[in-house]
Design a protein around this ligand. Structure first.
Ligand code: ADP
Ligand code: MG
Ligand code: ZN
Length: 634
């Protein structure tokens, strides 16, 4: 139930289609603007009455004209009844033209003629617009099209080039060092060797030591693999080329392999350098299995990586690092000596490390005095570094939203649940009956958990929706667990069925609210039988999860056991489930009164915290679990 945040570095790409529409729109707008200006200016000239030259000549003869302003071909005539405009021939002068119309020189001299140089932007625009406008349009079109073509050409050209993001050692802002990575002591210890080599290769080469070419970081999502790889580059002060496995196989066939080639070439140029391939499993899955439609592209990419890694000399001072959270599906060829022969496992942080991670991410955040990160670390078993990072962030958001300038312990505690279960959905209103069913359902989970000896203690019960769940019961182990026992699993299944059994018992009916519980617990029961050898009847055999080639060598859906065993497994899973249900039913029937108490209280207050819940238990004669109990039993 731990929420994962999928933050990914996205390189900024705008699709060419988008660009096309953008350009098109801007062209269009510019054209409209030009047209508007043109018509505006043209308009200005035409608001006066226009008369012909012969009319003008007649008017002059009759002495009705006092003044003519000549602007190119344009004539602005001051008439006794207002201003008028006219046009003369382009080549001839005005006096010539007028005398052609039979106006005598005396009559002309009675008119003051003012010749202005045709000037002004407006004038020229009007003159030229009819030619200019189409011309501008054509030029623009040519330019626009050529840009598109060039763009496409450039893109085609850059297909092969690696899409790696490069961080240079002098880039102080992006620099990450081991100090920024909490915990992971062993991993850091391993990686220090790489740092040493990159810093001082001569020392190693002189003594004839063979330096690993490839290091693979393996661990759950969010445990800081990417961060650690960056830190190695930061510590060594070398260039860091980072690319994600999925980016190799993007878009076009034949590109992945050439990207690999370019990337290695670039890195060798910049050596010493680190090439970091994130999510290696995207390209590095076992070849030749036909899973995913026999992706040739992927195989070629993988082959190219192998070729490049084989090809470079130890003196080249380029180290390939990779990260994956699926080491089980990697092609064995990747793990051969001379390739990714160093494997560094990165675990989920334990309590101490969680505290250290919280300290790192809380470094620049203002905390209230009541904040105790140790308590938060205790309450977050199973959280990854990335989860803790988002916990810190959520708490800051909470404080800011409530207009406080310091983060309080309560903010942090609320954020734990938010990260685990998703945000509360208070707006999701349950009907009275739904509320009742949910309250009993959750009370059922909680009560079974409190009575069964190997189940984790209950921290909180709530019927406020969160994420997809209508209500939830939060259980937390006393401390981090590496191993889980058969007894714990069996109790866990019974707790999961607590809600289901309660619904059946109290309402004589079932709702869909128990479906997730059933899925989770059935999957657990199946794992017990097929993975952990925890079924007496089936015995010490692991049928599933052997991973790697064994799993992928077979077609999808192929079972690794006979029909008969398959039927036995199914019946054994069903047995586990039925036993668990009976166990839950017994507890709930015997403690019906407490069940009612808890459910009623839940309907009333919607959320019961641990302190209150413990009081209810004690008042009803159920002993609280202590850490020692669990240790003795476990
Ligand atoms: P991965 O690559 O393993 O999925 P990331 O390296 O991307 O995980 O980690 C995501 C974020 O979680 C990091 O950017 C960092 O903020 C935080 N984080 C994870 N592990 C640690 C750690 N050990 N110390 C400090 N921060 C961590
Ligand atoms: Mg990563
Ligand atoms: Zn449930």
């Amino acid at each position: 139930m731990v929420a994962k945040n999928n933050k990914k570095n996205k390189s900024i790409k705008s699709s060419s289609k988008n660009k096309f529409t953008n350009n098109f729109i801007s062209t269009f707008l510019i054209l409209i603007l030009i047209m508007a200006i043109y018509s505006f200016i043209a308009e200005q000239g035409s608001d006066k009455q226009e008369i012909s030259l012969s009319e003008l000549a007649t008017d002059i003869k009759e002495g009705e004209v006092s003044k003519i302003v000549v602007e190119g071909e344009e004539l602005i005539v001051t008439h006794t009844d207002g201003e008028k405009v006219s046009k003369k021939e382009a080549q001839a002068s005005l006096t010539e033209t007028l005398s052609n119309y039979g106006v005598t020189p005396e009559q002309i001299s009675g008119v003051s003629i003012n010749i202005k140089n045709p000037s002004g932007l407006g004038f020229w625009l009007i003159q030229l617009a009819p030619f200019l406008l189409p011309l501008v349009f054509i030029i623009f079109l040519i330019w626009f099209l050529s840009r598109q073509v060039k763009g496409a050409g450039m893109q085609a050209f850059s297909f092969g080039q690696s899409k790696a993001r490069i961080t240079f050692p002098h880039d102080k802002k992006q620099k990450v060092t081991f100090k920024d990575v909490a915990g992971n002591i062993e991993a850091k210890e391993e990686l220090k060797e790489i740092v040493d080599f990159l810093k001082n290769p001569k020392k190693f080469l002189e003594i004839g030591a063979r330096i690993p070419k490839g290091v693979i970081l393996m661990g759950a999502p969010g445990t800081g693999k990417t961060l650690l790889a960056r830190a190695v580059a930061g510590e060594a002060g070398v260039a860091f080329f980072s690319i994600s496995g999925s980016e190799f196989v993007e878009m076009f066939v034949g590109v992945g392999a050439s990207r690999v080639r370019d990337l290695f070439k670039l890195a060798k140029h910049t050596a010493p350098a680190i090439i970091f391939i994130d999510e290696l499993d995207a390209v590095g899955r076992v070849r030749g299995t036909g899973v995913g439609g026999g992706n040739d592209e992927r195989e070629q990419t993988l082959n190219q990586i192998l070729v490049e890694m084989d090809g470079f000399e130890p003196t080249e001072k380029v180290i390939v690092m990779a990260a994956t959270n699926r080491p089980d599906v990697l092609d064995p060829a990747l793990l051969r000596p001379g390739r990714f022969d160093r494997r560094v496992a990165i675990d989920l942080p334990d309590r101490k490390d969680r505290e250290a991670i919280l300290v790192i991410h809380g470094d620049k955040k203002p905390f209230a005095e009541d904040v105790d990160l140790k308590v938060i670390a205790e309450r977050t078993p199973g959280f990854s570094g990335a989860d803790l990072y988002s916990l810190m962030n959520e708490s800051a958001i909470l404080a800011a939203r409530e207009n406080r300038n310091k983060i309080s312990q309560y903010d942090l505690i609320r954020s734990i649940e938010k990260v685990m279960l998703g945000p509360e959905r208070r707006s999701h209103v349950l009907s009275k009956r739904e509320k009742e069913i949910t309250a009993y359902h959750e009370a059922g989970h909680a009560l079974v958990a409190s009575v069964l000896p190997y189940a984790d203690p209950v921290h909180k019960i709530s019927i406020i929706s969160r994420g997809r769940a209508a209500g939830y019961t939060l259980k937390l182990p006393f401390e981090d667990r590496r191993l889980q026992s058969r007894k714990e699993f069996l109790d866990d299944i019974a707790v999961s069925l607590g809600g289901y059994v309660t619904e059946q018992m109290i309402f004589d009916d079932l709702t869909t609210g128990a479906s997730n519980d059933l899925q989770v617990s059935t999957a657990l029961a199946r794992d017990m039988v097929t993975k952990y050898g925890m079924s007496e009847k089936i015995g010490p055999v692991a049928f599933e999860g052997s991973g790697g080639r064994a799993m992928f060598g077979k077609g999808v859906g192929d079972r690794e056991y006979s029909e008969r065993i398959g039927a036995d497994i199914d019946s054994e899973v069903t047995n586990f489930m039925i036993d668990a249900r009976d166990k839950a039913k017994k507890i709930l029937t015997e403690n019906r009164k407490i069940l009612d108490t808890i459910a009623k209280r839940l309907i009333e207050v919607e959320t019961i915290e641990r302190e209150e819940y413990d009081k209810i238990l004690v008042a009803n004669g159920i002993a609280l679990k202590t850490k020692q109990d669990i240790e003795h039993q476990g």
